[in-house]
Design a protein around this ligand. Structure first.
Ligand SMILES: [Zn+2]
Ligand SMILES: [Zn+2]
Length: 396
């Protein structure tokens, strides 16, 4: 079940209950409708089977407190008719149709699966919408509105981030249906005035000496209803639109960095300027190399004998190898530097490859090696521990 389903389907209507119905009322209505339409009671009746499916789907959402809340939130933001032109939201002065941003998360991958857009759950969805610059929910300035900022997330391979890479990014966002131009009606038909609110989009309820206006529930405040639905958008007036951008990630782009692409967000309303696209970069770790700023890091194990006697080490760099001299008497943990073998920026500045030497101790040695080591030990002065021994003696 997708978020698009939630926008398009009215589960309350499917269960024949009011939007404010209690969970008991919902359960009762569901049981009744499920019993009536159950395939066992209606053998061979395809219509009943379809009704049974619809009712079950609706109850799967409305019967679950958490899902129902999410559904309500979703519908109040993007309720069917949100795209339909001329929406008259009650108590909303401008009456501008809701301006929707990067709605359907979890969009398609770009080239070769290298670029991937973020998860798509509700949290992502709403944070994307509310972080939109300029076109917030409150009072909007008059005149053409600036398009909304769009946020996307991309995972880069370690080496692509170090060297820089150009990737196609696919963005999916809701837009107005081209078939019905957003009114939700089948081409050749037009939406008709809502019989409940007579086209006002609002209903008035009297309670004592007060009267309340609220958005009409029959038409969700649009004022019109669609009798024959547009086949393209199923009457919502909105469709998911896909656009592909090419984004250049500079050499040395770092994990957690946010890249701003001015004017590559949502197009503006009626000729307004476009919003910006913010791309959050995630860098996948490399199995060998680490990174600190523009320096690459690498751990290289050496034996005790190599540390004592010295050696030449041939180690990998990101795109080749380099030979490093380990001088005799090198202590464990010493860091050797291969200049210019780190991140090379576009302006020519380059980081280094920092090689940390790990002296490894064998868990087991052969008898010959043990004998040689014992000879060695007899020839070696003790380790310098006098400063510790003084402290140890205080406790003995
Ligand atoms: Zn349409
Ligand atoms: Zn109405």
């Amino acid at each position: 079940m997708s978020s698009k389903d939630w926008i398009e389907k009215d589960y309350y209507a499917a269960l024949g209950v009011d939007k404010s119905a209690s969970s008991d009322e919902i359960k009762k209505s569901y049981r009744k409708l499920a019993r009536e339409s159950h395939p066992d009671h209606n053998p061979g009746d395809a219509g009943a089977e379809e009704r049974f499916k619809t009712v079950s789907e609706a109850y799967a959402v409305l019967g679950d407190e958490k899902k129902r809340r999410e559904y309500d939130e979703m519908r109040s933001l993007f309720g069917s008719g949100a795209f339909r032109r001329g929406a008259r939201g009650a108590g909303q002065s401008g009456g501008a149709p809701f301006d929707v941003s990067d709605l359907f998360g979890g969009g398609g991958a770009g080239g070769g699966g290298d670029a991937r857009f973020g998860g798509g759950g509700f949290t992502d969805l709403f944070s994307t919408i509310f972080s939109g610059g300029g076109a917030g929910g409150g009072a909007r300035p008059r005149g053409p509105a600036r398009g909304r900022d769009v946020e996307a997330e991309v995972a880069l391979d370690f080496s692509d981030a170090v060297r820089g890479v150009t990737l196609p990014l696919t963005l999916r966002a809701p837009g107005v249906c081209d078939t019905c131009h957003g009114n939700g009606a089948k081409p050749g038909t037009t939406p008709v005035a809502c019989p409940v609110c007579h086209g006002a989009g609002v209903t008035t309820r009297n309670q004592g000496s007060f009267s309340f206006s609220e958005p009409c529930r029959n038409c969700q405040g649009v004022g019109t209803i669609v009798e024959e639905k547009c086949p393209e958008c199923h009457g919502t007036g909105g469709v998911t639109k896909t656009r592909t951008l090419t984004v250049r990630f500079p050499a040395g782009v770092a994990d957690g960095q946010r890249i701003r692409l001015a004017g590559r967000g949502e197009p503006g309303d009626r000729g307004g300027p476009a919003g910006d696209l913010f791309v959050h970069v995630k860098v996948r770790p490399d199995e060998l190399f680490g990174r600190t700023g523009d320096d690459l890091t690498l751990n290289v194990p050496i034996t005790y004998a190599e540390a004592v006697l010295g050696t030449d080490l041939r180690v990998p760099t990101l795109d080749g190898t380099v030979t490093l001299r380990v001088p005799p008497g090198t202590p464990a943990g010493r860091v050797l530097r291969a200049r210019g073998k780190g991140v090379v920026r576009n302006d020519g500045r380059a980081g280094d490859l920092l090689v940390t030497l790990d002296v490894v101790v064998p868990a087991k040695v052969s008898d010959e090696a043990r004998a040689a080591l014992e000879t060695f030990a007899a020839q070696t002065p003790p380790a310098a521990r006098e400063h510790l021994d003084a402290r140890v003696r205080r406790f003995s």
